[in-house]
Each structure stands twice: as structure tokens, then as C-alpha cells.
Design a protein around this ligand. Structure first.
Ligand code: ADP
Ligand code: MG
Ligand code: MG
Length: 201
């Protein structure tokens, strides 16, 4: 069973990973965007970590809801509302339980991913964060293995390289977006990777 402490550790591990990888995320975004993805997420997840430390929400759902609100209010770019929606919707689907099963988290994450698709109007293959999140949520739902979800997310992020972007800033480049890994899919793979790390710790 996964309790609020597990979800706080996941968010704090994500803040650390985003700090560590900010340079790479921004470099990817400089190729097909506006070179701010790393700093956007650094600012956002630093606010998430600080808010969770201060408020210490008591349930998994409340942890993710607070994290999502922080991302929406602190990240100016497209990724703020999208990641904020992912975490808020996932948290909402977890309800008020003080502990949740991996199966419940898998279903909730699926609902969160659907909400991102609805908000941003993107689908699989559009070269966005969804190209990591959709396979990750699918793998977690099928196998209930966090390691399998991490692998699926990593593969999904890599598979964005040959795609042409159909949503977001990168889509303005048309065919010139081909040949670069999507920054948001890369950060989504980080988010799923830290989930697996937290589960394995
Ligand atoms: P901005 O593009 O506003 O500078 P970021 O650089 O923080 O925002 O985030 C860019 C990432 O957001 C992209 O790499 C992509 O993965 C994701 N993204 C952009 N638009 C959409 C969308 N409509 N649906 C899903 N993801 C999107
Ligand atoms: Mg950007
Ligand atoms: Mg921007």
C-alpha cells in the first residue's frame, strides 16, 4: 500500500531529478522550443517540494492535488497547466483514502493522462509529454510494475525523436521538429522514473 509519505517522497525525488536534469531539458527545448523547459520545471517542483514540506497533506490524493496546484500557479509555460492537471486529476481520482494500492494508482494515473489529452488536445504520436505518459500509464495498468512503467516511458520519450510535432511551440517548426527528442516527453519519463525509484527504495 502507498501512503501520503510515499507520494511526498515521489514529489521530492522529482524535484531533485528536475534540478539534476534541468540543463538537459532546457537544451532539448532550445532545439525545438524556447529554451525554458528545465527552468520552468525547476521553479515548479521547487514550489511543490516547499508546499508539501510546509502543509504536509495527510492523504495521497491531497499530496498530488497540492502539487498540481503549485505547478499551475508557478509555471508560466504550457507544461505548468498540463503537469498541474495531470497531478490534480490523478489526485482527485485517488479520493480520500489514506493508503492506495498500485492498481488504484494505475487507474488514477490513467484518468490524469486522459485529462492532459483533453486539456491540450494532443494525442499519441503528436510529439508531446503524452508520448511518454500514455505508454507508462498503460504499462502500469497492465503489469502493476513501476519498473515496466519506467521502461515504457523511457522508450516513449526516445520514440519522439523521429516524430513531427503537432502540438505546442515545436509544431511551429513543422518538419524541422523532426530529429529532436521532445522536452516534455523527456521530463515525463523523469517523473515516471522517480515513481519507480520511490517504489523500489
Ligand atoms: P512552453 O512551450 O510554453 O515554453 P515548456 O517548455 O515548459 O512550455 O513545455 C514544453 C512541452 O510541453 C513540450 O515539449 C510538450 O511535451 C508539452 N506540450 C506542449 N503543448 C502540449 C499539448 N498541447 N499537449 C501536451 N503536451 C504539450
Ligand atoms: Mg519552452
Ligand atoms: Mg516558454
Amino acid at each position: 500500500m502507498l501512503d501520503a509519505e510515499f507520494f511526498r517522497r515521489w514529489m521530492s525525488a522529482t524535484a531533485d531529478a528536475v534540478d539534476r536534469e534541468a540543463g538537459r531539458l532546457t537544451e532539448l527545448d532550445s532545439a525545438i522550443g524556447d529554451a525554458d523547459h528545465g527552468s520552468n520545471l525547476q521553479r515548479g517542483f521547487a514550489a511543490v517540494a516547499a508546499a508539501l514540506e510546509k502543509e504536509r497533506p495527510a492523504t495521497p490524493g491531497a499530496v498530488l492535488a497540492l502539487a498540481g496546484r503549485q505547478l499551475i500557479s508557478t509555471v508560466g509555460g504550457a507544461s505548468g497547466p498540463l503537469y498541474g492537471t495531470l497531478l490534480r486529476r490523478t489526485g482527485k481520482a485517488l479520493g480520500d483514502d489514506s493508503e492506495v494500492t498500485p492498481g488504484k494508482l494505475a487507474a488514477a494515473l490513467g484518468a490524469g493522462v486522459d485529462a492532459v489529452a483533453q486539456l491540450g488536445g494532443a494525442k499519441a504520436g503528436d510529439k508531446t509529454m503524452l508520448d511518454a505518459l500514455i505508454p507508462a500509464a498503460g504499462a502500469l495498468g497492465e503489469s502493476l510494475s513501476f519498473g515496466a512503467a519506467r521502461e515504457a516511458a523511457d522508450e516513449g520519450a526516445l520514440a519522439t525523436v523521429p516524430l513531427q510535432a503537432r502540438k505546442g511551440r515545436a509544431s511551429y517548426l513543422g518538419e524541422r521538429s523532426i530529429g529532436h527528442q521532445d522536452p516534455g516527453a523527456t521530463s515525463s519519463a523523469l517523473l515516471i522514473g522517480t515513481l519507480a525509484d520511490t517504489a523500489e527504495a
